[in-house]
Design a protein around this ligand. Structure first.
Ligand SMILES: [Zn+2]
Ligand SMILES: [Zn+2]
Ligand SMILES: [Zn+2]
Length: 356
């Protein structure tokens, strides 16, 4: 049973989740994968059609009307993570009663410790969203139509979670490649949702609210205007979306994708914009994949908490961080990133790459 603990110095929450260490690691690098017969890989892959019994029963799926749940015939499948870092309240109370050893490990701090140490059961949702029944390993290998369907499933899942009590924020992310933390090759996203807003998004909302208070406009909308005027950091643009390398990029080739019109939540996006987003994001990410082989990157969706109505000061976006360099002593020790490639150089190189 995972456990939330608060760092009393930095007021920062950590999830202690020992079960995560039991995850299988299969076909994690492209080189290993290339040596495996593709049919054999699909037979062994828990995310391929025909192996639906190897995942927990699906939360929902986009599938042919005639097809049965937990059987082939789906286009996008959403299942609970088998090794969750956040669990439903019902599971949490069950685990506490039946698993003596773990409930000891997760016991609340001793009375003498409580003024310093704070902990709570890690309650929430941890889903896996399998983008496609095809055994592909990167976003660039999806068709724009497949990516649009996967984004549609994420949108529906967020809309469903927005109505759940005890859930206030969700982070959707993708780990592509072993170096980016992927443990299974078959392309998928994860969704983690909890009662509190995850710290990085909370920090962004706070910074954006301060800017709004002083300047009376959305900071992200202002950044989009500036990037379009300047142009040197823009990677690609479509009718409704823009991709650029942010001014203070933390990582080499870091790229953000935002709607050009103000919108604070991903799940409120108009359905007619899904195809535009899928097409722009897929080709912009494929550029990064062409530059670095084997590809290794993370993709995260930053969107408003569920408890607020649409807000004027926060603007949803997707962040992509290629794993080109490994954060080392200075970065971990100081909390300050050192980026060896300027966003202007990165965007110029990415613009030159033809990826459709
Ligand atoms: Zn597969
Ligand atoms: Zn905005
Ligand atoms: Zn962000």
């Amino acid at each position: 049973m995972p456990n939330l603990r608060r760092d009393p110095i930095l007021d920062r929450w950590v999830i202690i989740a020992e079960d995560r260490a039991k995850r299988p690691r299969a076909f994690t690098s492209r080189e290993n994968f290339a040596q495996i017969d593709p049919d054999e890989a699909e037979q062994a892959c828990p995310f391929c059609p025909g192996n639906e019994h190897e995942t927990p029963p699906e939360a929902f799926a986009l599938r042919d009307h005639a097809a049965e749940p937990n059987a082939p015939g789906w286009s996008v499948r959403v299942v609970p993570n088998k090794y969750p870092a956040l669990v439903r309240e019902s599971v949490a109370s069950l685990a506490g009663e039946t698993d003596v050893l773990r409930s000891l490990a997760n016991a609340p701090p001793m009375p003498a410790e409580r003024s310093v140490y704070d902990s709570a059961p890690a309650i929430g949702v941890h889903d896996v969203i399998i983008d496609t029944p095809r055994h592909v390993t990167t976003v660039g290998e999806l068709t724009a139509e497949e990516f649009a369907l996967s984004l549609a499933a994420i949108r529906l899942r967020l809309q469903a979670l927005a109505g759940e009590t005890g859930i206030n924020h969700a982070l959707v992310f993708k780990n592509v490649g072993t170096a980016a933390g992927a443990t299974l090759d078959h392309l998928h996203s994860q969704l983690m949702a909890a009662g509190t807003v995850f710290p990085l998004v909370a920090g962004e909302i706070c910074g954006a609210a301060n800017f709004y208070e002083t300047h009376g406009e959305c900071l992200f909308c202002r950044m989009i205007q500036l990037e379009r005027i300047n142009g040197s950091r823009v990677v690609a643009e479509s009718a409704a979306f823009i991709a650029f390398c942010p001014f203070a990029s933390r990582f080499a080739y870091e790229m953000w994708i935002l709607p050009k019109l103000h919108a604070s939540r991903f799940e409120s996006m108009a359905l007619e914009n899904l195809a535009d987003l899928a097409s722009l994001a897929r080709s912009a990410i494929a550029k990064i994949e062409r530059l670095f082989q084997p590809p290794a990157y993370n993709l995260v969706f930053h969107t408003s908490p569920f408890d607020s109505a649409a807000i004027e000061h926060y603007h949803w976006h997707i962040e992509v961080f290629p794993r080109v360099t490994i954060p080392a002593g200075f970065e971990w020790g100081s909390g300050c990133a050192v980026n060896p490639v300027s966003p202007e150089t990165a965007a110029a190189r990415l613009r030159e790459i033809d990826a459709h």
